[in-house]
Design a binder for this molecule. Structure first.
Ligand code: KG4
Ligand code: ZN
Length: 343
């Protein structure tokens, strides 16, 4: 009973991993659905669920084969992310996990995808990352938590509208960049002037809240590019320099918003450690700006290893913490798609 199988299907990646107790990765596979969704420039939930259905068996079977384990003999549990995420996508992963638990006679561990993103910071580190402020910055979430322990989380604040990654992806569409746009904006921004466009930093000056907002920033980009009332991005003609300048200006504004609330969260909680995970944590400019903040304010900053920022099953290693505390789930457990605000 030295290993666990972890399954991740919350959005548009189908992933599985086999991990031992020391978080060594015996095998890990991720099937992206980029080619399914790129023509729509965003994730289409129904298509995501159908693609998971096609991929889940080969991904799990391939991961088990790569790991060399005998599941019935070697697995301590099967873990799966049941919240938050797209309902159809979550259902595929949970149904697969339940079936495997029955087939191999193993307990089920239900994990929270957002918490798993933060737990990615535990990799490469022997001492526990808890307690810490956890900041998840992804395509679906931009949330701050006071993480007392692996099993006790307190919501501090988060976006009241778009997630930061969602804003990156939507601005990328306006600039004619492929989906998902975050990495493309980041690349383009390198040759741009971040001061070229004067964009807002919504809610940054409001120190009474740890909530964030990105939809106004996204709309401000739109107004700069095509004006109010018009949405014709196809006929928009921009020079390469203008596109790079907008990418840089937008990225700087988004990073400023995240960094400002990171600073406020550290100040409010009095904690000395921050852990950052999620797809946008791969952004170089954000990583550097958070590090500058940590150096200035003298707190410890852990950012998810680059390869564990975007969705994967390895970060499901948080399941070991539940195994250790006997926190298993009954086989009639359901998915929990929504992230309750204020929870
Ligand atoms: O964590 P993730 O794979 O999925 C969710 O749980 O949402 O995050 C995906 C998001 C996308 O919005 C993508 O554009 C963004 O992460 N992203 C980035 C970068 N790499 C991925 N955003 C900015 N800069 C990057 N380098
Ligand atoms: Zn994610």
């Amino acid at each position: 009973m030295r290993t666990i199988l972890t399954i991740e299907t919350t959005c548009d990646e189908t992933a599985a991993a086999v991990l031992d107790r020391d978080r060594n990765v015996l095998a890990s596979q991720v099937a992206s659905q980029q080619e399914v969704h790129e023509r729509y420039q965003g994730v289409v939930p129904e298509l995501a669920a159908r693609a998971h259905l096609e991929r889940i068996v080969p991904i799990v079977a391939g991961t088990i084969a790569d790991s060399g384990i005998d599941p019935a003999r070697d697995l301590a549990a099967v873990a799966v992310a049941i919240e938050p995420g797209l309902p159809g996508s979550l259902l595929v992963g949970l149904s697969a996990a339940k079936a495997l638990c029955v087939a191999w006679n193993k307990p089920l561990v239900a994990i929270n995808h957002v918490q798993a993103h933060i737990y990615a910071c535990q990799f490469g580190r022997k001492e526990t990352i808890f307690p810490c402020v956890g900041f998840v910055v992804s395509g679906g979430h931009t949330n701050l938590y006071h993480c007392h322990s692996a099993n006790r989380w307190q919501y501090l604040g988060g976006t009241i509208d778009d997630a930061v990654g969602e804003a990156f992806d939507k601005v990328a569409v306006m600039l004619g960049l492929p989906y998902p746009g975050g990495p493309h904006i980041s690349r383009l921004a390198k040759s741009g002037n971040a001061k070229a466009y004067n964009l807002p930093r919504p809610m940054v000056s409001d120190h009474s809240t740890l909530n964030l907002s990105f939809s106004g920033l996204k709309t401000a980009v739109r107004y700069h590019l095509v004006g109010t009332g018009k949405q014709d991005f196809q006929s928009l003609v921009l020079s390469d320099q203008q596109r790079a300048d907008m990418a840089a200006s937008f990225q700087q504004a988004a990073v400023d918003c995240v960094v400002a609330k990171a600073q406020l969260a550290m100040q409010r909680t009095g904690l000395r450690r921050m852990c950052v995970g999620g797809g946008v944590a791969a952004n170089e400019s954000l990583r550097m700006s958070l590090q500058n903040l940590a150096d200035r304010k003298k707190f410890e900053l852990l950012i998810s290893p680059l390869e564990l920022c975007t969705d994967n099953a390895v970060m499901g290693a948080i399941a070991w913490e539940k195994v250790d505390s006997g926190d298993f789930s009954p086989l009639d457990i359901d998915i929990q798609p929504g992230l309750l605000r204020g929870e």
